[in-house]
Design a protein around this ligand. Structure first.
Ligand code: UT7
Length: 328
C-alpha cells in the first residue's frame, strides 16, 4: 500500500437559511458593525433555527459530497464527524448520519479537536486509507455554535456561526491527494477557549446554568497571539514534510476565525491575497466546519486546477492546531 494516498473525490456543504447581520447584533449587544468588521472581517453569519440540529446539516453536506464523488453511501467504509456541538452526548452524531444517508457498512464516530477538528479528522481518515483499512472515508466538520453562545457576551456572540462541510477521501495511487499533514495540541492553555459545564466535571444542574457555565468562554486576545505563531509554524511543517516550499502553494484555505490572523499568517509565508480563500465575511467562524465549507465553495467555483497545491490550516480549543497539504 506504499503509494496509496487519500484524494478528495467530493466536497459538499450545508448552511442554515437564517442570516444574522452585524446590524442585527447591534440591536442585541453593545457593539457596532464597524468594530466587528474591522476586528474580525465578519459581516454576517448563518444561525440555525430552534428546531434545527447538527445531523440535518451534516447529512445534507454529506449527500452533496457523495454526489460529486459519484459514490453511493453504501460504498463508504468510515464516517468521521469532527464537532464539539453534537446532536446529543450519546450516541455520536456520526451514527445518526450513517443511518440518515444509508451508509450501511460504514463504521462511524465523532472527534473533538475544536476548530482544528476537520484537520484532525482528515489525518485520521487518511491513515485508515493508507493502512488499507478503508477505501472511501466521509470526513465532516460541523458545528451549531449558536446554541452554546452567550448571546449577552459581545466578545464571543459576534464571532461564532453554524454550518457543515464534508469531503469524501478515496484511496488513489496516482500521486494526487493528501501529501502531508501535521497536528498538535497544548492542553496547558485549555482555559483559553472553554465551555465548562454540562460534562462529568460540572454536571448539568440549575446551579451550573445559573452560574452561566453552559456557554462558550474565550480569551480572544491571548488566543490571537498564539494562533498566528502556531499557524505559521504548522504551515511550514506540512510544506517541508512534502518537500515543497511556501511558493508552491496555490490556495491557502485557512480556518476562518479572524481575517487579521489569516492575513498575518499569509504575510509571514509570503502569500499574495489571490492565494487566500476567504469567506469569513459571509459565514463567520464555524469552528470545525469552516475549512470544508470554504473548500467546497472554492472547488465549486471552478478555480481549482488539477495539480494545484492547497494548504489547510486551523487553530482552536484545546489548544489544538494543524495543517494539511493536498495536490489536487
Ligand atoms: O476559532 C477558534 C480560535 N479562536 C480564535 O482564533 C480567536 C482569536 N481572537 C480574535 O479573533 C480576537 O482576539 C477577537 C476578535 C476575539 C477580539 O479582538 P481583539 O482585537 O483581540 O479585541 P480585545 O479582545 O483585545 O478587545 C478590545 C476591546 C475591549 O475593550 P477595552 O477593554 O479596550 O475597552 C473589548 O471589551 O474591544 C472590546 N470588545 C468589543 N467592542 C465592541 C470586545 N468585543 C467587542 C464587540 N464590540 N463585539
Amino acid at each position: 500500500m506504499a503509494n496509496v494516498r487519500s484524494r478528495i473525490s467530493g466536497t459538499g456543504h450545508s448552511l442554515p437559511q437564517k442570516v444574522l447581520t452585524n446590524a442585527d447584533l447591534e440591536k442585541m449587544v453593545d457593539t457596532t458593525d464597524e468594530w466587528i468588521t474591522t476586528r474580525t472581517g465578519i459581516r454576517e453569519r448563518r444561525i440555525a433555527a430552534d428546531d434545527e440540529y447538527l445531523s440535518l446539516f451534516v447529512a445534507e453536506a454529506s449527500r452533496r459530497a457523495l454526489e460529486m464523488a459519484g459514490l453511493k453511501a453504501e460504498e463508504l467504509d468510515l464516517i468521521i464527524v469532527a464537532t464539539v456541538t453534537p446532536d446529543q452526548p450519546i450516541p455520536s452524531t456520526a451514527c445518526f448520519v450513517q443511518h440518515m444517508i444509508g451508509a450501511k457498512k460504514a463504521a462511524a464516530f465523532d472527534m473533538a479537536a475544536g476548530c482544528s477538528g476537520f484537520i484532525y479528522a482528515v489525518t485520521v481518515g487518511d491513515s485508515f486509507i493508507r493502512n488499507g483499512l478503508a477505501r472511501h472515508v466521509l470526513v465532516v466538520g460541523a458545528e451549531i455554535l449558536s446554541k452554546y453562545v452567550d448571546w449577552r457576551d459581545r466578545a464571543t456572540c459576534v464571532l461564532f456561526a453554524d454550518g457543515a462541510g464534508a469531503v469524501v477521501l478515496s484511496a488513489e495511487e496516482n500521486g494526487r491527494g493528501l501529501l502531508s499533514s501535521a497536528i498538535h495540541a497544548d492542553g496547558s492553555m485549555a482555559e483559553f477557549i472553554t465551555l465548562p459545564g454540562g460534562g462529568s466535571k460540572i454536571p448539568v444542574s440549575h446551579a451550573m446554568i445559573d452560574a452561566n457555565l453552559h456557554t462558550i468562554k474565550m480569551k480572544g486576545n491571548e488566543t490571537f497571539k498564539i494562533a498566528v505563531r502556531s499557524l505559521e509554524s504548522v504551515c511550514r511543517e506540512a510544506i517541508e514534510r512534502a518537500g515543497l516550499s511556501p511558493a508552491d502553494v496555490r490556495w491557502f484555505v485557512p480556518h476562518q476565525a479572524n481575517v487579521r490572523i489569516i492575513n498575518a499568517v499569509a504575510e509571514r509565508l509570503g502569500w499574495p491575497p489571490e492565494t487566500i480563500y476567504l469567506n469569513i465575511d459571509r459565514i463567520g467562524n464555524t469552528s470545525a466546519a469552516s475549512i470544508p465549507i470554504a473548500l467546497d465553495e472554492l472547488v465549486r467555483s471552478g478555480r481549482v486546477q488539477p495539480g494545484d497545491i492547497l494548504l489547510f490550516a486551523a487553530f482552536g480549543a484545546g489548544l489544538t492546531w494543524g495543517s494539511g497539504l493536498i495536490r489536487w
